[in-house]
Design a protein around this ligand. Structure first.
Ligand SMILES: Cc1cc2nc3c(=O)[nH]c(=O)nc-3n(C[C@H](O)[C@H](O)[C@H](O)COP(=O)(O)OP(=O)(O)OC[C@H]3O[C@@H](n4cnc5c(N)ncnc54)[C@H](O)[C@@H]3O)c2cc1C
Length: 462
């Protein structure tokens, strides 16, 4: 960047809030996609007015601006592909206020998910989005990626749990979207538009989070099935009855073998699939509710189940799920990990189709994930040193995505598009709809300053 730009930037944010030496900036060029690009400078603004001035400066200098939370995203969304300026929100990390009566909390974007949960818990409340990365990811990043975790099956994703936003658009305007209430219908729903837009429309500077009361009690059921189809049938049966579980996770037979090999957990022989089902609710009705779930989970393929009714037993049950990611990392450090979604009733077809693709391309595919939402993590275990397999994996991945779209699914449930998946989005979004999205982007950000090269396929770049 020019010296003149740096002088203006330090004038806005203060020298203590600007980095420009490459060795200092290096750390702000990566995320969990393992991609890296070196930014020309990094700025740590402290309020929306500074962000407004920074965005205007980038417009004047025609310099890309990439907002960064904590860099835990998995799709390269905060990697500064075209260099330019990284705007880190890590010094805007205050909880502005919590209001338990109105069940809301106003926060700055750099606060972590975990800090929000801890503050909410003091009032017996919680914020529904529960990504596994909660202790290290920012709320701004959660909203920009529409993050969620197992609880989404009952409580929804970030989109369903935010009332309103303050944000700075690509033109440097400070806008206010949404409401402080749980109802409201004045104007377009820009809150939901900005949530999930991966930093391409605006920099979120404040969020009004919707909080929910903590459940009194929790039961966890671990159910082992002889085959994947029986487990998938149980998922559909569970989602058809009135008690909505607060987690409904699924692990396929390949994944179970991995856990078995990499841990001393006791898993019945001949297990072809497993479900983890969590039910929460009032202490005086929880037995009835978990009973209803068990009834639905039971079918001819159910081999065995365990039920946890206290914290210690609960932790033991979740240990199987938690052993999975390290096991996968051990055996396939370069695995391709997708997070596709299909309607719950189509999960059996998805799994059958994935098995067939695995056989056709000679690639081991391991599946697990948030079955209650139909959000399945599909892992292609590939050997990066085998060029033939690498080539095959790209073709196989394209076929996986085509299968998902055929089943009325979507390419990503929570990881987003960033730039690693941008060239696949045309499989899902038709040209007219894509053009409308482009037009919306240019209303928010006419000079394409905010996070260029993300979300939209490369062949639609102007
Ligand atoms: C171990 C691990 C487990 C994970 N588990 C889950 C999971 O269970 N569920 C899930 O959904 N995700 C999960 N993730 C992915 C990731 O943690 C989430 O997407 C998270 O929301 C990203 O937050 P971040 O602060 O790190 O954002 P970053 O990675 O820094 O940024 C992500 C995107 O958000 C944009 N952005 C960040 N802040 C703002 C802002 N204030 N305004 C506008 N745009 C902004 C960036 O420009 C970028 O496009 C996991 C990641 C890891 C490493």
């Amino acid at each position: 960047v020019h010296a003149e730009f740096l002088t203006s930037l330090t004038g806005i944010a203060g020298t203590e809030n600007v980095l420009h030496a490459p060795e200092d900036c290096w750390n702000y060029g990566y995320d969990n996609s393992r991609q890296h690009a070196l930014p020309e400078a990094v700025v740590f603004p402290e309020d929306p007015q500074q962000i407004q001035a920074i965005v205007r400066l980038c417009n004047e200098s025609n310099l890309p601006l990439v907002t960064r939370g904590r860099g835990t995203g998995t799709a390269g969304a905060c990697v500064p592909l075209h260099a330019g300026l990284v705007l880190s929100t890590e010094r805007m990390n205050n909880i502005i206020r919590a209001d338990p009566g109105d069940r809301l909390m106003e926060v700055e974007p750099g606060v972590t998910n975990q800090e929000v949960q801890q503050r909410a818990a003091a009032d017996n409340l919680f914020w529904a989005p529960d990504p596994t990365s909660a202790s290290v990811c920012s709320v701004g990043g959660n909203l920009a990626c529409n993050a969620a975790g197992p609880r989404a099956v009952k409580y929804g994703t970030s989109r369903e749990n935010v009332l309103g936003l303050e944000a700075v658009t690509g033109t440097g305007d400070i806008i206010h979207t949404g409401v402080y209430t749980t109802k409201g219908v004045v104007g377009y729903d820009l809150t939901r538009l900005i949530i999930g837009s991966e930093g391409t429309l605006a920099v979120i500077t404040r969020a009004i989070l919707k909080l929910l009361p903590q459940p009194e009690s929790k039961h966890t059921v671990q159910a082992f099935y002889s085959d994947i189809q029986s487990a998938a049938k149980a998922v559909v049966a569970i989602m058809r009855q009135p008690v909505t579980p607060c987690a409904l996770e699924f692990i396929d037979g390949n994944a179970i073998e991995l856990v078995r090999d990499h841990s001393d957990l006791v898993i019945p022989a001949n297990t072809g699939a497993m479900l983890m089902i969590e039910v929460d609710g009032r202490a005086d009705t929880i037995n009835l509710e978990s009973g209803r779930i068990l009834e639905a989970a039971r079918n001819e393929g159910l081999l065995e189940y365990r039920i946890a009714t206290n914290d210690a037993e609960n932790r033991e049950i979740w240990a199987v799920r938690k052993a999975l990611s390290p096991a996968l990392r051990d055996i396939a450090p370069k695995k391709i990990n997708e997070d596709v979604v299909v309607p719950v009733s189509r999960i059996p077809e998805l799994i059958e189709g994935l098995d067939a693709l695995g056989r056709e391309y000679g690639i081991r595919i391991v599946n697990f994930g948030h079955a209650g939402n139909g959000n399945i993590h599909v892992n292609l275990l590939i050997d990066p040193d085998d060029p033939a397999q690498m080539q095959n994996s790209h073709e196989c991945l394209m076929q996986v995505f085509r299968l998902v779209i055929r089943l009325n699914g979507t390419l990503s449930g929570e990881h987003g598009i960033g730039f690693v998946k941008r060239d696949y989005t045309s499989l899902e979004i038709d040209p007219q709809t894509m053009q409308l999205m482009r037009n919306i982007k240019s209303q928010f950000d006419p000079n394409n300053i905010l996070n260029p090269g993300k979300l939209f396929p490369a062949d639609t770049d102007s």
